[in-house]
Design a protein around this ligand. Sequence first.
Ligand SMILES: NC(=O)C1=CN([C@@H]2O[C@H](COP(=O)(O)OP(=O)(O)OC[C@H]3O[C@@H](n4cnc5c(N)ncnc54)[C@H](OP(=O)(O)O)[C@@H]3O)[C@@H](O)[C@H]2O)[C@@H](O)CC1
Ligand SMILES: Nc1ncnc2c1ncn2[C@@H]1O[C@H](COP(=O)(O)OP(=O)(O)O)[C@@H](O)[C@H]1O
Length: 491
Amino acid sequence: MRSVYRVAQVRSAESALMATLPAGTLMQRAAAGLARRCAVTLRGQGGVYASRVVLLVGPGDNGGDALFAGAMLARQGVQVGALLGDPDRAHAEGLAALRGAGGRVLADWPKRIDLVVDGLLGIGATGALRGTALTLAEQLAERTPRPVVIAVDVPSGVGVDTGDVPGTAIHADVTVAFGCLKPAHVVGPAAVLAGQVELVDIGIVPHLVGDPALRVADTADIAAWWPHPGPVSDKYTRGVVGVATGSAGYPGAALLSLSGALAGPAGLVRYAGSAHEIVVPAHPSVIAAPRMAEAGRVQAWVCGSGLGTDDRAAAEVRGVLAAPVPALLDADAITLLVDGSMSSELRSRDAPTVLTPHDREYARLAGADPGADRVAAAQKLASWTRSVVLLKGDRTVVAGPSGEAWVNPTGTPALATGGTGDVLSGLLGSLLAAGLPAIRAAVVAAYIHGLAGRIAATSGPVTAVDVAAALRPAIASLTRTPTGTAPVRPT
Ligand SMILES: NC(=O)C1=CN([C@@H]2O[C@H](COP(=O)(O)OP(=O)(O)OC[C@H]3O[C@@H](n4cnc5c(N)ncnc54)[C@H](OP(=O)(O)O)[C@@H]3O)[C@@H](O)[C@H]2O)[C@@H](O)CC1
Ligand SMILES: Nc1ncnc2c1ncn2[C@@H]1O[C@H](COP(=O)(O)OP(=O)(O)O)[C@@H](O)[C@H]1O
């Protein structure tokens, strides 16, 4: 798991550490890491010696990092030139170091560039790029061919704490992040502009105080959290998931959410709804009934996609809210919550609830778009509804009612196709039925769903059916050594 911290937390950790070190030590550590990464890129492009690097230098310490790294590269024979956003405010020692190592201040962009180092703005950025920093970013964006760009700490122009991009911003191939990840590295449109994010340890981690702003699960977490059947498990003890989705008008939603549920760890999948006659031929292991009340016992409900919004659908949603088991509400079930008529049933539930809105569903329910800060938006809805909120998108955010937030790193634009959300809801419901805490179930489901999207995309254009089929290889890639099965040894 990786933890992501806000600017204020980073600043206070840096201050605490700096108090124990000679002045300038942290900047030297940062610059050394940056110079090393630049050299790797230059080597990959044909060589470090005599290559040409342009530094974009802003008025703060971010520019200082770039200048010191530039000096280190110049000492390795790189031709380093600096374009200064504000010559009067450029980091004085950094500038002296660059000049002392043979680097130059440039009046204009040179013709040939092997690498641009974006040191315009770091964690001191506020709002959209302005002034000379904006001009330099615009000039860079216009250059053809587009040079390789390494950003210092964060790409300039992004909202560091939100991942928002309020205006023109630098699009980096690599971002060398100092000390720890910040939200802009992992969430929102900024994460795309950061490119490949590489962390340089400058020693601040032990000084970071407070809960992280965000967490990012990795493969080892997901593998550790995935529920495996034990030696004496049966289909009931593994958990039974109930799926109340689809309708005569939208039978496909039922089939897709069931295919997600069937790939999950639950031991049995029940279906309740008006598509009951078509689901069994497609998924013979599913036990189907026309209504929830006739479906039998389950340990979690998935409800909403393709359900419609008529009285029958509303009754099913009320039934799910009244059930004393975890419940996932998606799509039409979210729409049915909008008028507030079920808000007391929603907010007073004792069992966990998971809501899985995309942006338009979020706007309907919350009364406003998620806006620039997607994490705060998910947290707000989670707190108000006392639910886990999985806010879908290219970097899906998961937030719990207590404020804990996660961002999913595995998404792919290949998932932006009809029905993939239904597959996700079924998988997530199966994880709930298997007993995973709601927030963890949401994190695991989003992660595996993203992996499945990537696997599906390797065979060409993707449909939701392909994503469902790819869930099993995605899960297998995480859980190659199942527990609970004794190895068979030759005698
Ligand atoms: N602290 C440490 O220990 C370490 C820090 N390190 C490094 O320092 C970086 C942080 O440096 P920092 O605090 O000097 O801020 P930084 O981002 O360089 O510049 C802020 C200046 O830019 C300006 N400005 C702001 N917004 C703007 C906009 N939208 N458009 C245009 N201009 C804008 C604003 O000027 P003003 O608005 O006042 O004119 C402000 O003065 C950090 O990311 C890391 O790289 C490492 O060396 C490791 C140790
Ligand atoms: N650009 C994207 N990159 C990564 N994942 C995406 C992208 N666009 C959509 N997704 C994912 O695809 C799924 C779409 O779900 P949803 O909007 O509910 O579609 P549907 O209702 O058609 O099933 C979500 O899991 C979402 O996070």
